[in-house]
Design a protein around this ligand. Structure first.
Ligand code: BGC
Length: 442
């Protein structure tokens, strides 16, 4: 564990933690079904056969969870609003109560409007879902906008497209491979339309949470470099270029649904200026030329037949999920975004960063977070305008297709009794935040 004093971040830097509705709320009977409910009901979809029907029961225990946030001393809490709950009678009342509780505790609410729990019956292959999303965003902003200043439209449209619609390992379980591209376009359009809807409701601090990671070619061979470039376009640039520059990477726009004129008109909406850009970072990916067999690393298995293959990153510690621990990847990623987008990149916030480890005395998690916060600081020193850092996650929770087997929380949850127990990392993060607020020494 590192013992050197943590360097100081700029004044006003936001320290926070993140969660998402489907992963913690439970109270499934008090909302409409989402695509995740249908998916988890299918045998074999979730590794431990569990569902999120109860999860952490945050819906009923939110006061206790806000007290944990207050005890942690964080500035902000990133949670997500469940679209199917909002569509159910009285559903928005829950977020009203949560936001009131957060405000009373002095914690800034940072809602994400979509974190993968699409109402059952809606489909991102349909263009109309984008307009439906904007209408829903307007309803939420209308209700919470007097107390919520900071908004996130979507969480990781890249993962939702890849895992949910291309590979079928997340809801809704489609295996469309490249035919999943309209899902990406419609989510991006939904993002742009929602930014407009939020602004119309008076919002002045709007961002998106995109997942990013450096893509490392498996070797210097041209075939490996080309494969890595292609992967980088699909998982990184396809989601940042349109938002930040109003264009798709070369060759991608043509693959999107609609005529070129329609795509251009959509891109104008997608590129609606943002106040900040959210980055979720976990690890880099090492990519090489296709190998003709299934490949995988860190939990994602790619079928043969794709124009790239994922290779293991050797020689690094691994989290319980099998993800390599590469803190300097965060510095590389952020300086890379800054170099690529220049002035088009608004201030960034790390909207997710974390790891899964067992145990209450979670020294590996402390080491992981410590290393990544320092790596973020190195990016700040290199001139990246970073304004916030959110740990994934406050609580152990329903880790999608992994069920309850992966624990990302600063707080342990016993999924039988639902008791919350802060881990060693909770105390470590509390001290980090407190020290950042003390006047500088000397
Ligand atoms: C997602 C979270 C998830 C975390 C760990 C992110 O991709 O936004 O919902 O729990 O990764 O897998």
């Amino acid at each position: 564990m590192a013992t050197d004093a943590m360097p100081r971040f700029p004044d006003g830097f936001l320290w926070g933690v993140s969660t998402s509705a489907h992963q913690i709320e439970g109270a499934a009977g008090m909302r409409g079904p989402s695509v995740w409910d249908a998916f988890t009901a299918e045998p074999g979809r979730v590794k431990d056969g569990s569902t999120a029907a109860v999860a952490c029961d945050h819906y009923h225990r939110y006061r206790e969870d806000v007290a944990l946030l207050a005890g942690l001393g964080v500035d902000a809490y990133r949670f997500s609003v469940s679209w199917p709950r909002v569509e159910s009678p009285g559903g928005l009342d829950f977020y009203d109560r949560l936001v009131d509780e957060l405000c009373a505790a002095g914690v800034r609410p940072v809602p994400t409007l979509f974190h993968w729990d699409l109402p059952a019956g809606l489909d991102w292959l349909e263009r109309d879902t984008a307009a439906r999303f904007a209408a829903y965003a307007a309803v939420v902003a209308e209700r919470l906008g007097d107390r919520v200043g900071t908004w996130i439209t979507l969480n990781e449209p890249a993962e939702h497209t890849l895992l949910g619609h291309a590979l079928g390992v997340h809801a809704p379980g489609r295996e469309l491979l490249f035919d999943a591209l309209p899902v990406a376009h419609h989510q991006l359009l939904a993002h742009g339309l929602a930014v407009r809807a939020l602004r119309a409701a008076g919002a002045t601090d709007v961002g998106i949470a995109n997942s990013h990671g450096p893509t490392w070619p498996a070797s210097d061979e041209p075939a490996d470099r080309d494969a890595a470039d292609f992967y980088d376009v699909l998982l990184n640039r396809m989601f940042s270029d349109p938002v930040l520059t109003g264009r798709y990477p070369e060759g991608i726009g043509e693959l999107m649904p609609g005529s070129p004129e329609e795509t251009d008109a959509d891109l104008e909406i997608i590129a609606e200026p943002l106040d900040w850009y959210g980055v979720n970072y976990y690890a880099p990916t090492r990519v090489g030329a296709p190998q003709g067999t299934e490949t995988g690393s860190g939990g994602v298995t790619l079928p043969a037949g794709l124009p790239f293959s994922v290779r293991p990153i050797e020689g690094r510690p691994q989290t319980d999920f099998g993800w390599p621990v590469v803190p300097e990847g965060l510095t590389e990623l952020l300086t890379g975004l800054r170099d690529r987008y220049g002035e088009r990149l608004p201030p960034v916030m790390i909207t997710e960063n974390g790891c899964s480890y067992e145990g209450l005395d979670d020294r590996e998690r402390i080491a992981y977070l410590d290393g990544h916060v320092r790596a973020l600081h190195r990016a700040v020193e290199a001139g990246v305008d970073a304004r916030g850092y959110f740990v994934w996650s406050l609580l152990d929770n329903f880790e999608w297709a992994e069920g309850y087997a992966r624990r990302f929380g600063l707080v342990h949850v016993d999924f039988t009794t639902l008791a919350r127990t802060p881990k060693a990392s909770y105390g470590w993060f509390r001290e980090l935040v407190r020290a950042q607020r003390c006047p500088p020494v000397g």
